[in-house]
Ligand binder design. Structure first.
Ligand code: ADP
Ligand code: ZN
Length: 752
């Protein structure tokens, strides 16, 4: 009986993401599985496209018009049943296409694309397989003709075991020498799949971990859930410096002892070096990493290592939640409040939700950890939907840093033109004198934020995006932080009226200059996206700061989190007000968390810490609570606000975004969609739904496209998603002129 494969193709739109049927040719029978990656002829021109097989069926009498599959990728490209289940989950939850879900799960280097060989369509790996040549000693070096010193050196080196060509070349043994020795039968050369130890320099050095009594209690509670071999979730809420990492290490140890594996997620790659270091030192080489700072080859090799069962622990950022790890017993989301756990491109998934799904499938324990958990997470824990485990004290009984404010209104009145207040400058000087280190958080990169015309008052904006351009001193250019548009050299005259441009506002580069003027002897390290472009830049910088080669670490959010340096006793926070008055229902939560996190970087060892927050509104309740580092009080305030104003966790917030080249058409499309949805919803009065908009998004234009949104306050269940799907279908069926593309996001903070 002929076999029929039902597949989903690459580059579909959400409206046309159907399953298409193809005949399986005889030579591929038995070589296809659900989750297999195949090449199919698609559309009128039969252009080859990649596709994923979702179902296979035998049919006695198939439709004679069916086309035949062209080729299939090898078995190791196949999605295992667990991963295929995740594809279904992503598709259902996040309104992406099947193939977008596949591409989120399989890293670029392990993906396949259409190719041609001998005029025939074939599948081709995105990366050629990274191979390396390995030499092994297989014979004696003949005495005649007398071997040269290089040949002798090569044989000497290989006495201790096989070596790669790279390693031999590093020792001064070249290719000609090696070729000659192979010819003589002294050496054998073999091509091997490159293996790579990303952390070869980190010694295996397991230290016994003695938990404090409080840590021990937390560990014992979590162990109960781990040992249950049931889907469980817990929130480990522990103040900064309470030693959550020590509890993780113990839990991982226990998981491995049970013959299971652990997945550890961290929000940013900047935090990974310290975490990797600890894990590697404790657990050795069966550790794999998955994050975007790896190049495609490194990432592929690490992924294969996991796929082949050679890793027991995986550490990585958001997408590591899709690691092909089997027998997972423990999943940790460290600093779970971070927004980087939400994907901002399709599939717009939340690592929290995917982690829950995986923990359920694997009977694993899922641990969310934070000093400032998301309001939703704490709410769920307090409602008894997961275990709440608390670490109230810093490890070693050290006090939390004291926090004070520098009132920027007073600074202004006193005539200080700088961004660094006199008070902060004084504290920095004091630290310098004492040989202690300081961390300054400034939530904005670049030099001067904007260029404004003195005559017409216009701010110079990006031509593609409705945002101001930012001055970058080292490039002498104005740059768009969204699309990368650059104006070089930075103009002095207004492009609108020719008036003189004033550069005002501030950024990390500007503050760095001020610091150099104020403290000429201070060694200052600036860490932001501009200075950390190079690979390993983060780790190198942090290592140097840790070795006290610098006095002040100045940076954007990336300095706020996870760092643990004993000599840091002063933390300064600059430019927090713009976040406080920012949009989005999580603005207060972000400010509270950011301040608590960065303040927590100080006074972690013997020396007590202090923090200074620069603000024009020191009396603001959120700043006051953050200064006291009183998360429970903040939670009370915030949860009543969320209840009163109807925000998560009391509803789901779904943003439906519309984008297109013409503003009028985008607005019309958004309005039309809103009406369709309202009509459909009126037939389901039992479904709670409030719709707001359409209104322009916070940034009206981005990359030349206009943007509008509808905001839905709803209950995110299967019934509501079915309704939304019906609305999308009806919208797609309408012949609207200049129809806009639609994006659905259930995890935004109110904007896209
Ligand atoms: P958190 O992540 O909760 O902010 P860390 O895990 O970074 O805190 O721990 C804070 C500091 O205390 C670190 O320097 C860590 O090495 C130390 N520490 C915590 N627990 C222990 C322990 N059980 N034994 C030794 N040192 C510990
Ligand atoms: Zn732009």
């Amino acid at each position: 009986m002929p076999t029929i494969a039902k597949v989903a193709v690459n580059d579909a739109t959400i409206h046309f993401d159907k399953l298409y049927s193809y005949l399986v040719p005889a030579e591929l029978c038995g070589r296809l599985w659900p989750g297999g990656i195949v090449l199919v002829p698609f559309g009128r021109s039969d252009k080859p496209r990649m596709a994923v097989v979702l179902q296979l069926a035998e049919e006695s009498d198939p439709d004679p018009r069916l086309k035949t599959l062209l080729a299939a990728a090898p078995e190791d490209a196949r999605l295992t049943p667990d991963l295929l289940e995740l594809v279904r989950f992503l598709k259902d939850r996040y309104f992406c296409t099947w193939y977008e879900a596949v591409k989120a799960i399989i890293p670029y280097g392990a993906q396949y694309c259409p190719g041609v060989e001998d005029g025939k369509p074939v599948v081709r790996g995105r990366l050629t397989r990274p191979l390396e040549t390995v030499y092994t000693l297989v014979g004696e070096l003949p005495a005649k003709p007398k071997p040269g010193p290089r040949q002798q050196a090569a044989v000497e080196l290989l006495q201790n075991g096989p070596m790669t060509r790279r390693a031999l070349e590093d020792q001064g043994v070249g290719r000609t020498t090696l070729d000659a020795l192979c010819k003589k039968g002294v050496l054998r050369a073999e091509e091997r799949l490159k293996s790579l130890d990303l952390f070869a320099d980190i010694p295996f050095d397991p230290q016994p971990i003695e938990l404090s009594p409080e840590q021990q209690t937390a560990f014992a509670q979590l162990s109960e859930d781990l040992d249950a071999h049931q889907p469980r979730a817990a929130l480990l809420y522990g103040v900064t410096g309470s030693g959550k990492t020590a509890v993780f290490l113990k839990l991982i140890e226990r998981t491995l002892a049970q013959g299971r594996r652990a997945l550890v997620l961290v929000p940013e790659i900047g935090l990974t070096p310290q975490m990797i270091r600890r894990l590697k030192a404790t657990f050795g080489s069966r550790l794999a990493v998955q994050h975007s700072a790896l190049n495609n080859t490194e990432r592929l090799l690490q992924w294969r290592m996991i796929q082949q069962g050679n890793a027991d622990i995986v550490v990585g950022t958001r997408s590591a939640i899709f690691a092909p790890l089997k027998d997972i017993g423990l999943i940790i989301l460290d600093e779970e409040q971070e927004h980087t756990y939400q994907s901002e491109s399709s599939p717009r998934y939340s690592a929290h939700e995917v982690a829950k799904k995986r923990a359920a499938a694997e009977n694993a324990l899922l641990v969310f950890a934070s000093a400032t958990p998301r309001i939703e997470t704490t709410y769920a824990a307090r409602a008894g939907r997961m275990r709440l485990v608390t670490l109230r004290e810093r490890y070693g009984g050290r006090p939390l840093p004291t926090v004070e404010f520098a009132d920027m209104r007073a600074e202004m009145t006193a005539g200080n033109p700088r961004e660094v207040s006199a008070r902060l400058a004084g504290e920095l000087a004091e630290n310098l004198r004492r040989g202690e280190q300081s961390i300054l958080l400034l939530n904005r990169r670049g030099y001067n934020t904007v260029a404004m015309c003195a005559d017409c008052g216009q701010v110079v904006k990006c031509p593609n995006c409705s945002v101001p351009l930012v001055y970058h001193k080292n490039r002498q250019a104005l740059m768009c932080h969204h699309c990368g548009h650059m104006v070089h050299p930075a103009p002095t005259r207004c492009p609108e009226c020719g008036g003189k441009l004033l550069y005002s506002g501030f950024g990390t580069q500007r503050v760095e200059e001020e610091l150099h003027q104020l403290l000429p002897t201070a060694r200052i390290l600036r860490m932001d996206q501009d200075s950390t472009g190079q690979k390993n830049a983060h780790e190198t910088m942090l290592t140097k700061f840790g070795r006290q080669e610098y006095d002040i670490l100045l940076g954007t959010q990336m300095v706020a989190k996870g760092l643990d340096f004993e000599k840091v006793t002063l933390v300064g926070v600059l430019g927090i007000d713009s976040l406080l008055f920012g949009q989005g229902f999580r603005a207060y939560e972000s400010v509270f968390s950011l301040i608590t996190q960065v303040v927590g970087r100080g006074g972690r060892a013997e020396l007590p810490g202090r923090a200074l927050i620069q603000t024009a509104v020191p009396e603001h309740p959120v700043l006051q609570l953050a200064a006291r580092q009183d998360y429970p009080a903040f939670y009370q305030e915030e949860i009543s606000f969320r209840r009163l104003s109807l925000y998560p966790p009391f509803c789901a917030l779904c943003v439906v975004g519309f984008t297109g080249a013409q503003e009028g058409a985008v607005f019309t499309a958004a309005s039309r969609f809103g009406r369709i949805l309202a009509d459909l919803a009126s037939r389901h009065p039992d479904l709670p739904l409030r719709m707001l908009g359409p209104v322009p998004m916070n940034i009206l234009m981005l990359g030349g496209r206009y943007r509008y949104k509808l905001t839905l306050k709803c209950r995110n269940d299967a019934q509501f998603r079915a309704l939304l799907r019906a609305a999308l279908d009806a919208y797609a069926a309408e012949k609207l002129p200049g129809k806009a593309s639609v994006v659905i996001d259930f995890n935004s903070d109110g904007d896209l």
